[in-house]
Design a protein. Structure first.
Length: 614
């Protein structure tokens, strides 16, 4: 992606199912499990570079001995920092590890905001460590429910609220079991053991998560050793697990499990929507439904951009996304492959570009066959004719180069903007002046600022006849509220372009009507809110909006003709059939909270407010 978009976090959990001595004896290293955790987190570094945290739980410690250890860091080398701390302290070794990588889509990146979080108690069965890859849309509502329960929350962050919500029902169940066995005359030590054995995390999670609205993968460990990972009902956030007789492991992405434990892809399972994997202290593992069934809406942006492309399915899907753009690209260059250079904006678009390049090669091969047959029928098949036919091939070049780091100490705003525009550079000499078209593939176009201020400007220096920028994702028209840093409607170039069209064509009344409808439902329960923002886009085709986007993003003084193309919704779903979540493209939010967020976001834009919608 040519623009930096922060997104959902990453989680990892590792449970050892044998005594610690087993791993040291078998693998010759007492740090074997910690090494695996390091791999699980480092291989998911793409999911969070603002901070990291690691927790361990050690079984069977003596009273007075610390059994929960947590290390956190918000430095640029956060993962290395926390593991340096863990490896330097043998007390950190334990039977359960839980790691978190954070992208701060909202809130500051101070240590107190880093996961995992601890709710501590002198009772192991009441202590809770929690982390998550999530964003909930209804924290205010959940806060009110905690107050109704008689609590007095002092923190309003979503993680703190969830920690207390689960903690409340954990306490409640512990108290119920305690009273039952106390009435039977058992002593407190025996009762404590009974609580650990009978604690039912599935019931606790069902009660705690009843009103959660959003996308999440929530992971937790109770102090005595029970652990869980819960996925939201729509499966918005990804989660995979694997277990055998030695270990159980859960992570946000599948390839990291394959790499860390050298296991086959088919042996790794995706946690079903609305289910939790629960691992008891005694090692029993079960996957159980927690939330009522809902329509799956797995995030398609995971496949387009966020997840690592080393997953075999994601790799194939990204290639398909690129291939699906071929016909529209050929049309816009008037099928002039011979005089077109194809490239991409590094480096996450490289896989989609491979798909596009292969598809173009297939098209050229078919055209060659047709040309040969045609020449043969006309009696004009000769060596010269064949040389001409085979001289046409897709010209693939590495055109756009991003400097890894470029700092400027210029204080003048105008000069600073000029320097920032040079973050990207180009390869000279590959494009023929005013002869060649230049087609560049990007993952997605969100705000378009980098395209206008940097990329298109520097591409124009190559003197192409036409610049075509293609997005392997459809037009982003609506805010995300489930963990991606796309919350302000007015930031999106597709939204801006649509507003321009409405005003140009004398349709301001539609904007005003949508505002009145949105304002009228501002204080309704989220379940009653309708996404009227979708009405803004209805008068126009995708092509009309793309043309408006092109006008907005073409820099003043650009010599080349510019055109911006987008993936279609149909092309997206054909390429990514199992990840149908597309609310940022279509406005079809999988939860009621999504409609509330887009409603608030539009009201904020209309009223000139720049604050977030949640």
């Amino acid at each position: 992606m040519s623009e930096q978009i922060k997104h959902e976090c990453g989680i990892a959990m590792l449970r050892l199912l044998k005594p610690l001595e087993y791993y040291e004896k078998k693998y010759g290293n007492k740090y074997w499990a910690l090494n695996r955790m390091y791999l699980l987190m480092e291989k998911q570094h793409n999911r969070g570079q603002d901070g990291a945290g690691l927790a361990s739980i050690k079984f069977d410690t003596m009273p007075g001995v610390q059994y929960i250890h947590i290390a956190k860091s918000n430095t640029p080398q956060a993962i290395q920092d926390i593991f340096k701390s863990a490896f330097s302290d043998d007390n950190f070794l334990g039977e359960i590890y839980m790691g978190h990588l954070r992208y701060g889509t909202f809130g500051r990146n101070e240590m107190e905001n880093l996961h995992p979080f601890l709710r501590e108690s002198n009772w192991k069965t009441r202590s809770l460590v929690l982390e998550g890859n999530f964003n909930l849309t209804n924290i205010d509502e959940m806060m009110s429910k905690l107050i109704e329960l008689g609590q007095h929350p002092v923190k309003t962050a979503d993680t703190a609220i969830i920690l207390e919500k689960i903690g409340h029902f954990l306490d409640k169940q512990v108290e119920t079991i305690f009273k039952k066995y106390k009435a039977e005359g058992l002593n407190n030590m025996t009762i404590t053991q009974k609580i650990a054995e009978e604690l039912d995390l599935s019931t606790i999670l069902k009660e705690a998560s009843k009103r959660w609205d959003g996308g999440y993968v929530m992971a937790g460990i109770v102090g005595h050793g029970d652990s869980f990972v819960l996925r939201d009902a729509n499966g918005i956030r990804p989660c995979y697990y694997y277990y055998d007789e030695e270990i159980a492991v859960v992570a946000s992405e599948r390839p990291v499990i394959q790499t860390a434990f050298n296991v086959l892809q088919d042996d790794i399972k995706e946690l079903p929507c609305g289910n939790a994997i629960i691992i008891k202290r005694n090692g029993n593992i079960k996957v159980v439904p927690i939330l009522p069934e809902a329509q799956p809406a797995k995030c398609s942006f995971e496949r387009i951009y966020f997840s690592r492309g080393t997953d075999s399915e994601i790799y194939g899907e990204r290639k398909c996304l690129g291939a699906n753009l071929r016909d529209s690209i050929l049309k816009t260059i008037n099928y002039d492959v011979k005089n077109t250079v194809f490239s991409y904006i590094p480096n996450t678009a490289s896989v989609a570009f491979q798909g596009l390049a292969q598809s173009l090669s297939e098209w050229v091969d078919q055209k060659r066959i047709q040309d040969i047959l045609s020449a043969q029928q006309q009696g004009k098949l000769s060596k010269e004719a064949l040389d001409e036919i085979f001289s046409t091939h897709p010209r693939r070049e590495y055109i756009v180069v991003k400097d890894v780091k470029m700092r400027t100490f210029i204080t003048n705003d105008e000069d600073r903007e000029s320097m920032v525009a040079h973050v990207y550079d180009v390869t000279y000499g590959q494009v023929r002046n005013n002869i060649d078209n230049l087609v560049v593939l990007d993952d997605s176009i969100v705000r378009g600022t980098t395209l206008k201020e940097s990329i298109i400007r520097i591409l124009d220096r190559l003197r192409p006849k036409k610049i075509v920028v293609c997005s392997s994702a459809p037009q982003i028209r609506y805010p995300d509220c489930y963990g991606i840093d796309m919350s302000k409607l007015g930031d999106f170039i597709a939204f801006k372009a649509t507003i321009v069209l409405l005003k140009e064509r004398g349709m301001q009344n539609i904007i005003d009507s949508v505002y009145k409808k949105s304002k009228a439902q501002e204080y309704l329960p989220k379940e009653e809110i309708v996404n009227y923002v979708r009405e803004l886009y209805k008068p126009f085709t995708n092509e009309e909006i793309a043309q408006s986007i092109t006008k907005l993003l073409t820099p003043q003084g650009c010599n080349a003709e510019v055109e911006i193309l987008y993936q279609t919704i149909e092309g997206l779903h054909q390429a990514c059939p199992n990840n149908t979540g597309d609310w940022y493209f279509t406005g079809k939010y999988p939860t009621a909270g999504g409609n509330k967020v887009v409603n608030t976001s539009f009201i904020n834009w209309y009223e000139g407010k720049t604050k977030r919608a949640y």
